[in-house]
Design a protein around this ligand. Structure first.
Ligand code: GLA
Ligand code: ZN
Length: 670
């Protein structure tokens, strides 16, 4: 199996020379500018299908060979893309089955991108032939160091071929219609299926209220996308078995279960487009690092930052420029959290089309005398000082479970309030964890829990098979588990647990939940604990402590005085239940205590407001990244070691970090 083993830290971006084939001067100039900006890695050919196969079966790949040759001659490597993210018009016209069908049954016209049917044998055949041709011709080209499969897979197709594939998926999953009818509780509203042919994907003009069906469809969409991805990889492996394959993933993308989708790839790639400037930087930075911490957890390996923007995007409602210092800080933030590349969309701005005002390393001005180009070059310089982090990973002892299937189930669930606020809640817990100056993995329910001493599992509404048992074992063996409001309601098919919530987590948490009150937006209750009062909102579980001790109670409403915060000691560990969503101040204090209690090592002891840390370790060397996203200078105590960016030794001392700046300190294990 190929490994992600780039021999260097990559710096570069999406390179679309196919748009500039009539401008050899520009293609030459690209190379000069790449070298000047310290770029060493380009993703080539992502949307080049029409250039590669202008007419059915007629390949034109000489231009690509020239591009790859030129890159290689200049010491620049390439991720070679498969072009399935957008297909030629001739194909859609002659073979309409490659076009996607919407949930209402309407077939799309040709246009846009990312819109193929993921089942169509015709499309799969075209893709296989294309990928084979590319891999055969370029699989051992010296410039090529990996494969960029398609682009940001997403969406779904509801055509007849997909309906058939869905039925096959359901047959494989449930075996019999009886089993399916039971799992989906179809007796409700007389929805019982009597023939497999009656099954159809969820639709706004058909069935949309059967939660089991919705969940199964979402799983099918992931499965079929993964199957498509795997099929894309087959010819690549055949002709190019030595090189890693990846596909680029998106921020908080909820429609695909990335932990499943990532199985066939060698390393994950991430496209990062934060809205720096919408609210304060530190909050945005947390959302970004949450995503980075997922990307690293997907394969338990470093990932590639495949896309980011060196200046401004063109598609956000307000596209702000990056302020001075922000490009370096945001790029190295990715490296801090496990990226082995910093790459951009895109190398050179497109002259026309919908992205003509999307930022790029080279602007329409076409030269290096721009702020953006200088910012990119500064990142190039910094990355040259960081070769020692290549392949390094944090030793995270804390994990947060953010499970996509749980998210699907929770989003679809009706009651006790429409907005469950899972993502916001997860981010609040994550923020409190990160404030402790620790590394955190963001994992899903299927991940291995054994490396952690603290697991935070907010709103684990759906418990897939074995998860409660594994969490219970985790606690018994000495782990600290935190669960929160609305936990343990349904099984993997969205059937409610009988016998009292939180179902199979009852032993671990030592309590049962009788009712859940919902609060209007803006309405609060409070949790009284240790003489302090903290507001809480959204939902309040009304619980009965069994073996759990009560650490806090509700302050208001008819359930005032009943448990709102509990701890259950079980075996060598403890499981906490926070029965509502408390304010951030509570979570910060709570995780400060738990971090110590669970023995999670802090990278830095006191983190000033706005400062965030992350680390990567290899052998007995740790590299610590200290980032000030605040708008004021911050004083931190750095460990003794080598300041890699300043290239000097430092002693264990207090130092001032300017706003929007980063220090990278490397030290041997202490
Ligand atoms: C996505 C795509 C790119 C480009 C960028 C623009 O990430 O993968 O092709 O459209 O967005 O930000
Ligand atoms: Zn289809």
């Amino acid at each position: 199996m190929a490994q992600f083993a780039l021999p260097f830290i990559g710096h570069g971006g999406d390179y679309n020379p196919d748009q500039w084939r009539d401008r050899p001067d520009i293609l030459e100039e690209d190379i000069r500018l790449m070298k000047l900006s310290g770029c060493n890695l380009m993703s080539v050919g992502i949307f080049a299908w029409t250039a590669l196969e202008p007419r059915e079966g007629e390949y034109d790949m000489d231009w690509l060979e020239q591009v790859l040759d030129r890159l290689h001659q200049n010491g620049i490597s390439a991720f070679l893309a498969t072009p399935s993210g957008a297909r030629p018009a001739w194909m859609s016209r002659k073979y309409p089955q490659v076009l996607r069908v919407q949930p209402d049954g309407k077939r799309a016209l040709h246009g846009g991108r990312h819109n193929h049917c993921f089942t169509s044998p015709v499309y799969r055949n075209f893709v296989r032939n294309m990928n084979s041709a590319l891999a055969k011709r370029f699989g051992s080209h010296p410039a090529v160091v990996g494969w960029h499969i398609s682009n940001e897979y997403g969406g779904e197709c509801h055509c007849e071929l997909c309906q058939e594939a869905f039925r096959d998926f359901l047959k494989a999953r449930y075996g019999t219609l009886d089993a399916l009818n039971h799992a989906w509780w179809t007796g409700f509203w007389s929805k019982t299926y009597t023939d497999w042919a009656e099954l159809h994907s969820p639709s706004p003009i058909g069935e949309s209220a059967l939660h089991g069906l919705n969940l199964a469809w979402q799983r099918f969409v992931t499965e079929q996308t993964k199957n498509f991805l795997s099929a894309e990889i087959v010819p690549i492996r055949e002709y190019c078995p030595e090189l890693p394959v990846t596909t680029n993933l998106m921020e908080f993308y909820g429609q695909l279960n990335y932990f499943e989708l990532a199985k066939p790839i060698d390393f994950a790639s991430y496209d990062s487009y934060p809205r720096w400037g919408e609210g304060d930087y530190a909050r945005t930075a947390l959302k970004v690092s949450f995503n980075f911490d997922i990307m690293r957890a997907l394969k338990q390996k470093p990932f590639a930052l495949m896309e980011s923007v060196p200046s401004q995007v063109n598609w956000q409602p307000v596209c702000k420029l990056k302020k001075p210092g922000m490009h370096l800080l945001s790029s190295l933030q990715a490296v801090a959290h496990g990226a082995d590349t910093v790459m951009y969309f895109q190398w050179r701005m497109s002259r026309g089309g919908s992205e003509k005002f999307h930022g790029a390393v080279v602007s329409h001005a076409g030269h290096e005398h721009t702020r953006t180009f200088r910012d990119v070059s500064a990142v190039g310089d910094a990355l040259q000082k960081l070769p020692s982090v290549l392949g390094a990973m944090p030793n995270a002892k804390a994990a947060l479970i953010f499970d996509t299937e749980n998210r699907w189930a929770l989003d679809d669930c009706q009651g006790p309030r429409r907005e469950k606020r899972l993502l916001e809640t997860a981010l609040m817990h994550y923020e409190a964890l990160k404030r402790q100056g620790i590394d955190v993995d963001v994992i899903d329910e299927t991940c291995d829990f054994s490396a952690y001493s603290l697991i935070c599992a907010p709103m684990l509404y759906m418990l897939r098979p074995g998860v409660a048992e594994r969490l219970t074992q985790f606690v018994k063996r000495g782990g600290t588990l935190v669960c929160s409001q609305f936990t343990g309601r349904v099984d993997e098919d969205d059937l409610c647990f009988l016998g009292g919530f939180p179902g199979p987590l009852r032993e671990a948490l030592g309590l049962w939940i009788e009712e859940t009150d919902a609060l209007y937006d803006g309405e609060t209750n409070a949790i009284l604990t240790n003489g302090n009062s903290y507001t809480c909102d959204t939902m309040c579980d009304l619980i009965h402590a069994e073996s759990a001790e009560v650490l806090g109670t509700y302050a208001e409403d008819f359930y005032a005085g009943t448990p709102a915060l509990t701890r259950n000691r079980l075996g060598a560990g403890s499981a906490y239940y926070i029965a509502s969503r408390p304010e951030q101040r509570f979570l910060n204090a709570f995780y400060a205590r738990l971090t110590d209690e669970a023995g999670v090592p802090r990278l830095i002891h006191t983190l000033p407001e706005g400062v965030q840390v992350a680390s990567r370790a290899k052998g007995d060397t740790t590299t610590l990244f200290v980032m000030n996203f605040g708008n004021a200078p911050a004083v931190v105590t750095l460990p003794a070691g080598r300041d890699l960016l300043a290239n000097q030794d430092i002693v264990d001392s207090e130092c001032e970090l300017a706003p929007v700046s980063i220090r990278v300190i490397q030290y041997a294990a202490r």
